[in-house]
Design a protein around this ligand. Structure first.
Ligand SMILES: Nc1ncnc2c1ncn2[C@@H]1O[C@H](COP(=O)(O)OP(=O)(O)OP(=O)(O)O)[C@@H](O)[C@H]1O
Ligand SMILES: O=P(O)(O)OC[C@H]1O[C@H](OP(=O)(O)OP(=O)(O)O)[C@H](O)[C@@H]1O
Ligand SMILES: O=C(O)c1cccnc1
Length: 485
């Protein structure tokens, strides 16, 4: 590949319109006014009842290293931007603050998951990359969690790299899969970079490369103590499983016969037959791995057929989020500093009530019932409110306001942490394995009704009265202003 410019920064990993807007802000002298943007999505993916947030560590890294390199500036110059603006970009760093839920957090539609408070131009320029990161990683972590809910305590191995939307997706998708509950990835680079477990068996080409299947299994066993033999290259029950058993018996005590992998045919039938054959040969601990275009629906179906599978290898349908390839998280301006230096709430109106943004600086709380340890819902309040002070908290639906309830014995857990404080990182990321543990604990707060894969109940995400009143007032003000025009 001939590179005209070195690929040495991520500052241009943005949409052109962000740079054009930043140029106007700079020219008009409003680029340093304080802006508050929130990231949220309006619809949960895959018809799921919750999402698992992922992407924070990469966002931190991106913001910390945000700078326009010499080659970025040279390229922008070639597009026609003037030297003074380029000088401004040259010294630009991210000096704002980042608030976010942590990776592994259970999140829902219409609640702010990330908040950026920064000089307007900076906040604008980073939008695209932040959404790019959050949308993909959260989508894959959610798909992984959804699949893991079906797999339960059996092993889930991520096999998707070869089918992913290129290398970045494979790498960060592997990490997101672990956060969502997977046990391992086949991507060795992901193992190295993120310190996550790697695992693997072998391919059909390996069997084809040797004289016969028996020789192939033996060759593998000569080099590897832990052996999982792929048994479907020629004939699973007549040749594959018998050859695996033969090698396991001959090398008993020398190898650890972990099990076999099925990658084609009727997985329910073959796994039951293979189980019987392994048990009869005395290998009752040998595991049966299955792969081949699996997803939560096929796995559920296979379980209903009583398939004897212990470990599930899942690639394409996880890493590409096959049935819903994008999460629609957006980045919306909710407050902006006016000419007098005061913060003003802003909102974006649409004809669809559910799409109107919620203005102002807000905090998000998970309201946990102290009696049963379960979440009653999430509660979005204005920054100066403290729901914990309420004896009796009114929670009501933000659109259908007649749907309401009072909660008394509760803990209001704030979901956002301060991650970057005016350019300085003030948060230490846990390990990916700790994120997975956190996701598991967060899910335990939810009633099963929100976690089922089909038609889950809708988890409440409510606005405080003050937040709701503020929103209605702002909508009214904008309507009146528009009518006067
Ligand atoms: N018992 C079963 N019930 C439902 N679905 C199954 C069952 N067994 C396998 N499957 C799924 O059915 C699909 C079978 O696809 P396909 O026909 O392409 O596989 P195959 O022909 O057996 O294997 P390949 O073409 O990869 O050699 C896969 O998604 C697989 O996971
Ligand atoms: O089916 P997925 O969920 O995407 O899982 C990954 C697949 O990749 C491999 O097959 P591939 O056809 O690439 O090669 P192989 O069959 O020769 O191993 C593997 O055997 C799985 O079937
Ligand atoms: O280790 C495996 O079995 C594996 C890895 C990637 C893709 N398919 C299978």
């Amino acid at each position: 590949m001939r590179e005209m410019y070195q690929d040495d920064s991520l500052a241009l990993h943005t949409d052109l319109y962000q740079i054009n807007m930043a140029e106007c802000y700079w020219a008009d002298g409003i680029h340093n006014r304080k802006a508050v943007f929130e990231i949220f999505f309006r619809k949960l993916p895959f018809g799921n009842g919750y999402a698992i947030f992922a992407g924070l560590e990469r966002m931190i890294d991106y913001l910390q290293n945000f700078r326009f390199s010499e080659t970025d500036l040279a390229y922008l110059k070639s597009l026609g931007y003037n030297d003074e603006f380029l000088d401004y970009l040259k010294s630009l760093r991210f000096t704002g603050s980042l608030y976010s839920v942590v990776e592994g957090e259970v999140v829902f539609a219409n609640e702010p998951i990330v908040r950026v408070e920064a000089p307007l131009a900076e906040a604008q320029l980073v939008e695209t990359a932040l959404l790019n990161i959050v949308n993909f990683q959260t989508l894959i972590a959610t798909k992984a969690s959804r699949i893991k809910q079906i797999i339960k305590d059996e092993v889930a191995a991520e096999f998707g790299t070869r089918r992913a939307q290129e290398m970045d997706a494979a790498l960060w998708g592997a990490r997101a899969a672990i956060i969502g509950g997977f046990d391992s990835t086949s991507n060795v680079r992901a193992g190295k970079l993120f310190n996550i477990p790697v695992s693997g068996t072998h391919a059909h080409s390996f069997v084809q490369a040797y004289k016969d299947e028996y020789e192939a299994f033996k060759a593998y066993a000569r080099r590897h103590k832990d052996c999982i033999f792929l048994v479907d290259t020629y004939n699973t029950l007549k040749s594959g499983v018998p050859n695996a058993i033969r090698v396991a018996k001959e090398l008993e005590g020398q190898i650890n016969f972990v099990g076999i992998r099925l990658d084609s045919g009727d997985i329910a039938f073959l796994s039951k037959e293979a189980r019987r054959m392994l048990d009869e040969a005395g290998f009752t601990d040998a595991k049966i791995f299955a792969s081949n275009d699996l997803d939560e629906y096929t796995i559920l179906n296979l379980k209903a057929q009583d398939a004897k599978v212990d470990c599930w290898g899942i690639g394409t349908k996880l890493i590409t989020a096959y049935d819903q390839p994008a999460l629609g998280a957006v980045y919306k301006l909710v407050a902006f500093e006016n000419e007098q230096g005061e913060m003003e709430d802003t909102l974006k109106i649409t004809s669809n009530v559910e799409k109107v943004t919620t203005p102002g600086l807000k905090r998000v709380y998970r309201i946990v019932n102290k009696e049963n340890g379960k979440a009653e819902g999430d509660y979005i309040a204005m920054a100066d409110e403290n729901p914990q002070e309420e004896k009796r908290l009114k929670m009501f639906h933000p659109v259908h306001t007649f749907i309401s309830k009072f909660v008394t014995n509760f803990e209001a857990r704030e979901l956002h942490r301060k991650i970057i404080d005016e350019g300085e990182i003030v948060y230490e990321s846990p390990s990916v394995i700790e994120m997975r543990e956190y996701a598991k604990e967060s899910l335990e707060l939810l009633w099963e009704e929100y976690k089922r894969s089909l038609n889950p109940e809708v988890y409440p995400v409510d606005l405080s009265q003050k937040c709701w009143d503020n929103k209605m007032r702002r909508i009214q003000e904008i309507r009146e202003a528009v009518e006067k025009m």
